[in-house]
Design a binder for this molecule. Structure first.
Ligand SMILES: NC(=O)c1ccc[n+]([C@@H]2O[C@H](COP(=O)([O-])OP(=O)(O)OC[C@H]3O[C@@H](n4cnc5c(N)ncnc54)[C@H](OP(=O)(O)O)[C@@H]3O)[C@@H](O)[C@H]2O)c1
Length: 399
């Protein structure tokens, strides 16, 4: 049915490739393109492509012209961008120049300012609309499935949603004193930033990791969760009508927080360049180079993740609560696709979004966040593609 150009060759890209190959009726041909071609070749080697034909290419996606040239050569129907957020705009430009649909899992962030927001990508709305092309933004798990869960709750269970609490728990243990489960630079920039949540039309800012709650998660147990700003808060505040409060909580162990604090206190998480023996380096990028590669954590990580959304609101004049969540097991993900659950829970939704677009079920001209599409076909695919979800109609609420 279609051809996909997958940009990036990290942990998430590897899962996207495996999953596209499991859906070879839709993904007949894929091209894996990234900065380091040997990593693309290694993914191709590791996957049983089945009926999907796989090619690889070297690509610097910071250069829109290189992306345009590769699109002209490979002629994809969609570009799945699972490189880094810094490449979002050049890849969107290339899609517009060549008439190809676009999907990503993380919103644009300028490399020199640790501030992610949708304004840069939402600014492409008219151009995608006029070109008759679809851009699907933030189609991983969070953002991604959390937006689909919100659209599903709004469609099936609520007349009005008043509050949404997103809870992202990772109870996986990789045996290292400190490592991040996805790109360390992106991960640490996110966690060391100020917290922020939406309430009654306002954004309320907190100090980094200032708000902590203990939440007892199904199959994981009680965990320390910290309020963070996360990109889907911005789009859900815009797209879920009448919502009064949206917060995002992520679990971290005491050990993780202690290491992060030390690294931050000594300046290792800074993105301000410094000179070291005459060479300009960015401390956070140097830290990334010495930390374990997230792609290498797969075989070592044991335990489960639980990511979901807790809703409060009204249905038929009655107060109602609803919790929908997925539990993934790191070792099971590794056995299936050779990656731990963080990459798995991001890569599977990216493939599903691309599949629905190619099937015409999630296809409309313009730039959209996932909650702007019909959630039902996506929820069905989650069940089939390895991310089953569970429902609880009387969850404990977070105060
Ligand atoms: N929505 C979600 O739930 C969610 C969750 C986790 C991650 N994510 C997002 O998923 C994306 C991938 O994460 P990951 O863990 O797979 O990261 P990763 O392991 O660091 O992989 C990133 C890949 O992008 C490549 N790349 C970087 N700059 C490039 C450029 N200029 N041109 C071409 N390729 C380039 C890298 O190449 P090299 O190998 O040469 O460095 C690497 O292969 C990130 O944007 C992350 O924010 C989303």
């Amino acid at each position: 049915m279609g051809k996909a150009l997958i940009i990036g060759a990290g942990g998430v890209a590897s899962v996207v490739v495996h999953k596209c190959c499991q859906n070879s009726d839709v993904f007949e041909e894929i091209c894996i393109a990234s900065r380091t071609k040997s990593k693309c070749d290694a993914i191709k080697e590791a996957v049983d492509g089945g009926k999907t034909n796989i090619v690889t290419a070297e690509l610097d996606a910071d250069d829109a012209q290189q992306v345009i040239n590769l699109i002209h050569t490979f002629q994809p129907d969609i570009v799945i961008n699972v490189a880094l957020p810094y490449q979002d705009l050049t890849i969107m430009d290339a899609c517009l120049a060549t008439g190809v649909h676009y999907l990503d899992t993380a919103n644009y962030e300028p490399p020199d300012v640790p501030k992610f927001e949708y304004k840069w990508q939402w600014a492409y709305q008219e151009r995608f609309q006029e070109a008759g092309l679809t851009a699907i933004l933030g189609c991983g798990f969070d953002p991604g499935v959390t937006g689909v869960f919100s659209a599903y709750a709004a469609k099936h269970y609520f007349d009005e949603i008043h509050t949404i609490d997103i809870v992202d728990a990772n109870a996986g243990d990789h045996g290292y004193p400190f490592a991040t489960n996805f790109n360390p630079e992106i991960n640490i920039r996110e966690i060391t930033a100020k917290g922020r949540y939406y309430e009654n039309g306002q954004w309320i800012e907190t100090e980094p990791l200032e708000i902590k709650r203990v939440y007892d998660l199904p199959q994981i147990g009680p965990k320390d969760t910290y309020l963070l700003y996360h990109e889907e808060l911005e789009s859900l505040a815009k797209h879920i009508p009448g919502v009064r409060r949206i917060r995002f909580f992520m679990t971290f162990s005491q050990q993780y927080i202690e290491h992060l604090m030390v690294l931050q206190n000594v300046g290792m998480t800074s993105i301000e360049p410094i000179f070291y023996e005459g060479i300009e380096i960015q401390p956070l990028q140097f830290l990334k180079a010495v930390l374990p590669d997230p792609a290498s954590l797969g075989p070592r990580t044991k335990g489960k993740t639980n990511i979901g959304c807790i809703f409060q609101g009204m249905k038929d004049g009655q107060e109602k609560t609803y919790y929908v969540y997925n539990i993934s097991d790191h070792q099971e993900c590794y056995r299936e696709v050779g990656s731990q659950a963080i990459s798995y829970t991001t890569g599977v939704p990216a493939m599903i979004g691309a599949k629905l677009l190619l099937q015409g079920k999630w296809k409309k001209p313009g730039v959209f966040n996932v909650e702007e599409f019909d959630p039902d076909p996506f929820m069905e695919e989650l069940m089939r593609q390895g991310l089953p979800w569970h429902e609880d109609f009387s969850p404990v609420l977070i105060d």
